[in-house]
Design a protein around this ligand. Structure first.
Ligand code: APR
Length: 228
């Protein structure tokens, strides 16, 4: 069985990583136009760096939860027949044990050089304008896909959705495209579709089945069911 799992901020919520659109979410305290667009970075790079540097530092204080761990368990059984596509820029899937993870919106622990386009693993701050470890140019930005930019790995994602038997969406509001359109793409290609989310997402009616509750409970239960 080929499975594609799409995850969003909700899967990391119980680890203590804030979501975007819930009460107390990141977009409640910030206008995304001020920190998550190429225009914002051009106009006020230090504001943008401060925002992502703080989030990168906050990763040190959080741990994967049972939902991340359950997906790693599923990968142990399915191997290459499982692809986890995440919109999250945290590293909790990897720390939970998953290895086949595609970060379509980039990663906090990576820096992107505006000079050479190289991507470098990054654990410190970017706000003190360090040079690119590859080319030496001072021009590193967060390796995050901002509004108006093209997500990573779309060819690979669409290929996996096109051959999936099952598509599962976990902890995402279904408000941001292209990820919000994956359910229809997978369904059209013949996959069964399942939503696991705290509350019905914007696209909940598009799924064959939807279960609502906290990911740290729903995901291990679903994986247990699937693995018998
Ligand atoms: N368990 C399951 N779902 C949860 C939990 C939980 N414990 N807590 C919250 N949720 C759900 C919320 O109900 C909401 O539907 O997770 C969803 C989070 O939605 P968003 O905050 O919109 O996050 P996400 O869907 O990942 O956002 C997509 O938007 O701003 C961009 O680039 C950013 O990748 C992000 C994208």
């Amino acid at each position: 069985m080929k499975v594609v799992v799409l995850t969003g901020a909700g899967i990391s919520a119980e680890s203590g990583v804030p979501t975007f659109r819930d009460a107390d979410g990141l977009w409640e305290g910030h206008r995304f136009e001020d920190v998550a667009t190429p225009e914002a970075f051009e106009a006020q790079p230090s504001v943008v760096h401060r925002f992502y540097d703080a989030r990168r530092t906050a990763l040190l204080a959080v741990e994967p939860n049972p939902a991340h761990v359950a997906l790693a368990r599923l990968e142990e059984h399915l191997g290459d027949d499982l692809l986890v596509v995440t919109q999250n820029i945290d590293d909790l899937h990897e720390r939970g044990g998953s290895t086949r993870v595609l970060h379509m919106h980039g990663e906090l622990r990576s820096a992107l050089c505006t000079g050479c386009s190289g991507r470098s693993e990054w654990t410190g701050d970017l706000g003190d304008y360090p040079p690119c470890p590859r080319c030496g140019v001072v021009g590193l930005r967060p390796d995050v896909v901002w509004f108006g930019e093209v997500p990573y790995g779309m060819d690979r994602i669409l290929a996996a959705l096109g051959t999936a038997d099952l598509f599962v969406s976990i902890g995402t509001s279904g408000a941001v495209y292209p990820a919000a359109g994956f359910v229809q793409y997978a369904a059209t290609a013949g996959a069964r579709t399942l939503e696991l989310n705290l509350v019905p997402s914007e696209g909940t009616h598009l799924f064959d089945e939807a279960r609502h509750g906290p990911a740290a409970t729903l995901v291990p239960a679903w994986v247990g069911e699937l693995l018998g």
